[in-house]
Design a protein around this ligand. Structure first.
Ligand code: ZN
Length: 264
């Protein structure tokens, strides 16, 4: 089997140079402040057009991670409405740099809310979105009343999103740390996810500092955490999708070398 493109989550200043420094074929990064509402900013010298051209010339695929503050599922209007706007701005900016996808966390509703409201809010968000670049929904490790922690919820989320106009443009990003900490076993996971989504567009391959089903979202380099290495290799091999490591930078090269053994 051919090795899929692999790379890391990197600083947004020069994602092409960051990929080169890791002998990687892709880079994922934020556009602007991951904790802020101000909207995307392309920091690359020369701007969006130059980044698109330089990445293409270098054979580096670009992925944009949406800000963490974004939660299109919430029943709180003061978060949901700006979240939709920020998602649209991020997708539009991602299209300008020629990105392959925008990764968005599944989000959550309040502890006392009916999760059905959150699934329906996702449907509306997709309905309203003009998405020249696919939105990839990522599973999360925890969060009270999360939309995409365990597979039963992901199945309901997927049903809602697929019923929206443009739902076929929405993809799935599988995070190994988040599934492990969220309480889903890695063995056989790709088949169980595909049975629901029909697709896996990207893998976030991260070890987990915390235990199975802890609900904690703390990534670490492979071999430093609680993930079964064979389970991780099985996921990246079976998914066959591009892979991003979101681990401490000093270990990126070792992490990518470890993941490449899945295809050796
Ligand atoms: Zn992730």
């Amino acid at each position: 089997m051919q090795t899929p493109p692999m790379g890391a989550h990197v600083d947004q200043l020069d994602p092409v140079a960051e990929a080169r420094a890791r002998d990687a074929q892709l880079s994922q990064f934020f556009l602007g402040d991951p904790q802020g509402w101000k909207g995307p900013v392309v920091h690359y010298a020369g701007g969006a057009e130059a980044l698109r051209a330089d990445a293409e010339a270098a054979g580096v695929a670009l992925y944009v991670h949406a800000p963490y503050v974004l939660n299109v599922a919430t029943t709180n209007n003061r978060i949901r409405i700006p979240s939709r706007k920020l998602l649209q701005q991020t997708v539009t900016a991602a299209a300008e740099i020629g990105a392959k996808g925008v990764i968005v966390h599944g989000g959550h509703v309040g502890a006392s809310d009916d999760p059905a409201k959150g699934f329906d809010n996702w449907r509306k968000a997709v309905d309203q979105l003009d998405a020249p670049v696919p939105v990839l929904i990522e599973n999360t490790a925890g969060g009270a009343n999360a939309m995409a922690r365990r597979l039963d919820r992901i199945a309901r989320l997927w049903e809602a999103v697929q019923s929206a106009e443009g739902g076929d443009r929405v993809g799935f990003c599988l995070d190994t740390c988040h599934f492990h900490a969220g309480g889903e076993e890695l063995a056989g996971l790709v088949d169980r996810v595909r049975a629901i989504t029909g697709r896996i567009d990207l893998v976030h391959a991260n070890d987990s500092r915390d235990a199975f089903d802890s609900g904690a979202d703390r990534h670490t380099n492979f071999g430093q955490g609680s993930l079964d290495p064979d389970g991780v290799l099985e996921v990246v091999r079976e998914a066959g999708a591009p892979v991003v490591v979101e681990t401490p930078g000093e270990g990126h090269r070792d992490d990518l070398a470890f993941l490449a053994t899945a295809f050796a």
